[in-house]
Design a binder for this molecule. Structure first.
Ligand SMILES: Cc1ncc(COP(=O)(O)O)c(C=O)c1O
Length: 227
């Protein structure tokens, strides 16, 4: 567990973490601006610019998601696939290899099996319910193990604790797509996962009226994906 929030996940989901906004509005106003005035910020990452996900709406939503995921930090993206592809690209480079659960969501499966090879990033598919078979797929260049807490569409559930232990034992980063479970059913960071991904288009949004994604983890890891 990284952060400690006294509120239950149900209360957090409804109230969020920053209930007080400008002029006392109950709901945060939407800031329709690309650019913010310079207010003496130091460092590029502190200069507020909407593409950098650091406007007031982004910051409030990110804090809300970090509270739900029980992580130090989180960031939003324009879709689940934007979050997943950006996070993978932030931690992988040419020559690297990853292990991916063989029943992952089709968009992720295609990205890993069809797009990443163009950047010389290779993969092996693993049966996430058979931890004793993972070692055979490991290579010296393996950097990440990637699973879904509840697969789309098969609803396979990996041995999550075994994934985290395997990652730690082999110096891998553990990535998990938590879309179908949502933080209400599963908080993978509490189990030790490094990066928690969501297609917020689904249960996080909850009303089929938005497309969004998120990634959550330590401040250091989230910053690495964001900058
Ligand atoms: C498990 C899972 N991950 C990722 C995605 C991609 O999310 P988005 O459609 O928001 O890009 C989906 C979409 O169905 C999904 O079910």
């Amino acid at each position: 567990m990284v952060a400690d929030h006294p509120l239950s996940v149900e209360t957090l989901a409804v109230k969020g973490t920053s209930p007080h906004y400008d002029e006392g509005s109950a709901v945060q106003p939407i800031y329709q601006t690309s650019t913010f005035l310079f207010q003496g910020e130091v460092g590029y990452e502190n200069v507020r610019y909407t593409r950098c996900n650091n406007g007031p709406n982004h910051m409030a939503l990110s804090a809300h998601i970090a509270a739900l995921e029980n992580t130090e930090a989180a960031m939003v993206a324009s879709s689940g696939m934007a979050a997943i592809s950006t996070a993978l690209l932030a931690f992988l480079q040419a020559g690297d290899h990853l292990l991916m659960q063989n029943t992952c969501y089709g968009g992720t499966y295609d990205f890993v099996t069809k797009n990443l090879p163009a950047w010389k990033i290779s993969h092996s598919l693993i049966d996430a319910s058979q931890p004793n078979t993972w070692k055979a797929a490991l290579k010296p260049s393996t950097k990440i193990i990637y699973v879904e807490s509840l697969c789309n569409p098969s609803s396979d559930v990996p041995d999550l604790q075994a994934v985290v232990s395997f990652a730690k034992a082999n110096s891998l980063m553990s990535f998990i797509d938590n879309t179908f479970a949502s933080p209400v059913l599963c908080r993978p960071a509490d189990l030790g996962f490094d990066i928690v991904l969501e297609s917020a288009t689904k249960y996080m949004g909850g009303h089929s009226d938005l497309i969004a994604g998120s990634y959550a983890g330590s401040k250091r890891n989230v910053q690495k994906v964001s900058i």
